[in-house]
Design a protein around this ligand. Structure first.
Ligand code: PNS
Length: 157
């Protein structure tokens, strides 16, 4: 069974993330979307809120699970018998940091492969931070996040 981990902060999950998850679900037998527990960040949504919202958004996917993790990603991947870490690549600006992380993860755990999926062009400018900023200043975020996430952002604001 091919298991892929799709890790991230997902504060909140966007349509760009969903595109990657949907495509990963077609190449892996199981995808685990795992939300990083990072006490040093000051997120809009708590870890529990993010996990709950993502579960709702992904409820129609039979081979996608939602979980959370802390500590090293490769340790989490090994614990779940995952062969691959799935990452989305938006632009050249993502590449340097992602390349560095992929090489570090390979150094730590050569048996876990990192697979990059190129983002769809219509999502290439999208990020959780930009969505939050646009929403904060009253801009329209329709089409950028699932409806349920849009509602949750507006409630927070
Ligand atoms: O959505 P993000 O914030 O870009 O996701 C970053 C994430 C969670 C993929 C990255 O911070 C991570 O893997 N953190 C776990 C800690 C770890 O394993 N660090 C070493 C990686 S080189």
């Amino acid at each position: 069974m091919k298991i892929g981990i799709y890790p991230g902060s997902f504060d909140p999950i966007t349509n760009g993330h969903l595109d990657i998850i949907e495509r990963a679900s077609k190449i892996c037998d199981k995808v685990i979307v795992s939300v990083l527990e990072n006490p040093s960040k000051n997120p809009m949504f708590t870890l529990q809120e993010r996990v709950k919202l993502i579960k709702k958004v992904l409820e129609s996917y039979d081979n996608v699970e939602v979980d959370c993790f802390s500590g090293l990603l490769v340790d989490y991947a090994k614990k779940h018998d995952a062969q691959a870490i799935i990452k989305g690549l938006r632009a050249v600006s993502d590449f340097e940091y992602e390349f560095q992380m992929a090489l570090m993860n390979r150094k730590l755990s050569p048996e876990v492969e990192t697979i990059f999926l190129m983002t769809s062009s219509k999502h290439s400018y999208l990020s959780s931070s930009l969505v939050k900023e646009v929403a904060k200043f009253g801009g329209c975020i329709e089409g950028l996040v699932p409806q349920i996430i849009g509602n949750a952002i507006l409630e927070k604001l």
